[in-house]
Design a protein around this ligand. Sequence first.
Ligand code: FE2
Ligand code: FE2
Length: 286
Amino acid sequence: MAASDWAGAVIVKPAVPEDVPWPAHTVWWERFTADERLSWNLLAGVAVNELEVVGEMGVIRHGMRGAMLSTAASRDPALRTTLRRLHADEQRHARWFMAWNRRACPWLHRPARPLAMLAAPVPLRAAGRFLAALPGAWIGGLWLAMALEEWSCAFADRLVSAPIGSLGPRDPTYLALHLAHRREELAHVAFDEDLLAAARRDVPPALRRVMPVAVRVVLEQAMRPRRAVPAATAAFAARHPRWAGAAAAIAADCRHVAESPAYWSSPGVRTSHERLELALHRWSHG
Ligand SMILES: [Fe+2]
Ligand SMILES: [Fe+2]
């Protein structure tokens, strides 16, 4: 599938289940028109896709590159070939997500700035590059890759099962995109499991025990979209100027929702990492 498969007319239907946009959990929701709610829904769909792109182009790519240079890969040409294919898959996926995003919110995207909400500030990018260059860092990167990939598959499942809400039927291309992505990611998760099980041999026992804690802490931080809230609210207020005066208050309430456990356990958002937890348990105790 090519990025052009996700190009086309501007999206005019909701993308995500109606409990996914943060303001749906605030007092503001009642005050928004259907058109304003649709804007928030599309912004939430774009934010999910940007999280995918950050995962594909940042975390997963670094994990794969590090794995290619690892001892395990140096011993096994077939493994190197698989890693190269996975690396290419992720670059293709990122192009899919960005192509869909440009259709959903053309008013948000500028060609020179592919990520409208989750572009990392320079110090964060520099810190990420520094950490990724540390010996063995790819193993941590691969754990996070597995987490993101498992999350992506679960998100696609939720798109299938979420009921139609008050905004009407959802955009079929968003569902098709996430299901196409899921088909390839299921194989990636299985591959991560095997590669991490093999990498375990070269890691000292103390580090194996620390890994589950470190992965959970980083994951907890990575999945909280703090950075997306101000950008999404600013985009919403620019699109619907009658809310410009209330943008700061809306953003504050959205940030509160994005931080709350209740939001993360609501049906369209719920995150579970069963395979990751099982793999981490085996890694640290096996
Ligand atoms: Fe992907
Ligand atoms: Fe993947």
